[in-house]
Design a protein around this ligand. Structure first.
Ligand code: HMG
Ligand code: MG
Length: 298
C-alpha cells in the first residue's frame, strides 16, 4: 500500500530563484525561507555555493545562509566542488548536495566538464563532506530527456546514479530537468535502479512540470515506494543552463494530492499558499500553480 507519511524536499529558494530575471533581495529570500519553514516544510534547500558568475541570482549565499541557518529544519545547499564545500562549511552548513548529469551535453553546459570529469570533481567533495559529518545528497539531472540529446537511455542514468551512491551520497534525487518524463518511464527507471542494487529507500524524485506530467510522475513514484519528493513553492523554477526547463512541480499541487490520499506531509496548505502568493507579488507575476490559484481565488 501507500506510505502513511512522505517528506517534501522544498527547492523553491534554490531551484526556484536561481532562474529569476530580476534580482531578488536577500531580505526577501530570507523571509521566503522563514515562511516556508513556518508553513511546515522540514527540508528547505536554501541556496547554492556555486560560482557567482554562473548563477548570479544566488551570489548572495554568504549573506543569506547565516540569516536562516538557525531555523530548526534541514537546510541543504548545493556545492559543485571543494571550493563550494569550503564556503558552506565556513558558514556551518549541515547538509550539502552535489549535482551530476546523466548526459554529456548538460555536464558540459552546467559544470564545464564531461560526465566523468564532473564525478571526479565531486568525489573528494563528497568524501570530505561525509568526514565532516554532513548529510550528502546527489542530484542526477537529465534522467529522462535532454534538450540536446533527446531521450536518455536508462542504462546511462543507472551508471551515474550508482557512481554517486558509491561515492557516499546517502540520498539520490532523480531529476527530470526539462519536464519530459511520463509515468511509465518513471516506473521503468526506478525498476532498473533497483535491479542495479540501488534501493528505493535512497531515492528521491525531482520533477519539472513542462508538459503537465509532474504530478502524475510523482504518483507513479509513490506507487513504486518513493517517499521523498522535491517540489518548489508556487511552482517557481527552471534551470539557467537548460533552455527548455520550466517551473518545478508546485509544492501546493503535491500537498493537495497527498492530502486527498490521506498521506501526512506536515505542511499547512493555507500558510504555504499565502507564502506563494506573497512571493508572486514580490516577483511581479502570478504563480503558475493550479492549486495556488484555486485556493487564493486570484
Ligand atoms: P569552471 O569555470 O570550470 O571553474 O566552472 P574552475 O574549476 O575552472 O574554477 C575557475 C574559477 O572559479 C577559480 O577562480 C575558482 O576558484 C572559482 P580563479 O582561480 O580563476 O580566481 N570557483 C568558485 N568560486 C566560488 N564558488 C565555487 C567555485 N568553484 C570554482 N564553488 C563550476 C565550474 C562547477 C564552478 C561552474 O560550472 C558552476 O559553478 N556551475 C554551477 C551551475 C549551477 O549551479 N547550475 C544550477 C544547479 S543544477 C540544477 O538546477 C539541476 C537540479 O535542479 C536537478 C534537475 O532539475 O535536474 C539540481
Ligand atoms: Mg531542478
Amino acid at each position: 500500500g501507500l506510505p502513511a507519511r512522505v517528506r517534501i524536499h522544498e527547492v523553491g529558494p534554490r531551484d526556484g530563484l536561481q532562474n529569476e530575471k530580476t534580482a531578488v533581495p536577500t531580505d526577501v529570500k530570507a523571509e521566503f525561507v522563514r515562511r516556508l519553514v513556518a508553513a511546515g516544510l522540514t527540508t528547505v534547500e536554501a541556496t547554492s555555493f556555486v560560482h557567482p558568475k554562473w548563477v548570479p541570482q544566488l551570489a548572495d549565499a554568504e549573506e543569506l545562509f547565516p540569516r536562516v541557518r538557525d531555523l530548526p529544519v534541514r537546510l541543504p545547499v548545493l556545492v559543485p566542488n571543494e571550493r563550494g564545500l569550503d564556503r558552506a562549511l565556513a558558514l556551518g552548513a549541515r547538509e550539502v548536495a552535489v549535482f551530476a548529469s546523466a548526459t554529456e551535453s548538460f555536464a558540459r553546459a552546467n559544470l564545464n566538464r564531461t560526465v566523468d570529469e564532473a564525478l571526479a570533481m565531486f568525489a573528494p567533495t563528497v568524501t570530505r563532506a561525509v568526514e565532516a559529518g554532513l548529510k550528502v545528497r546527489g542530484y542526477l539531472s537529465m534522467c529522462f530527456g535532454d534538450p540536446w540529446e533527446g531521450a536518455v537511455p536508462v542504462e546511462q542514468v543507472v551508471r551515474v546514479t550508482k557512481a554517486l551512491a558509491d561515492m557516499g551520497c546517502d540520498e539520490l534525487s532523480l531529476g527530470d530537468t526539462i519536464g519530459v518524463a511520463t509515468p511509465g518511464h518513471v516506473k521503468a527507471l526506478l525498476a532498473a535502479l533497483n535491479e542495479a542494487g540501488v534501493p528505493t529507500s535512497r531515492l528521491a524524485v525531482h520533477f519539472h512540470d513542462t508538459y503537465g506530467q509532474a504530478l502524475a510522475n510523482a504518483y507513479a513514484a509513490l506507487e513504486h515506494g518513493v517517499t521523498v519528493f522535491d517540489a518548489s513553492a508556487g511552482g517557481l523554477g527552471g534551470c539557467p543552463y537548460a533552455k527548455s526547463a520550466t517551473g518545478n512541480l508546485a509544492t501546493e499541487d503535491l500537498v493537495w494530492m497527498f492530502r486527498g490520499l490521506g498521506i501526512e506531509t506536515g505542511v499547512d496548505l493555507a500558510a504555504l499558499t499565502d507564502t506563494s502568493v506573497w512571493m508572486a507579488d514580490q516577483l511581479g507575476r502570478p504563480s503558475p500553480s493550479r492549486t495556488v490559484r484555486a485556493l487564493s481565488h486570484k
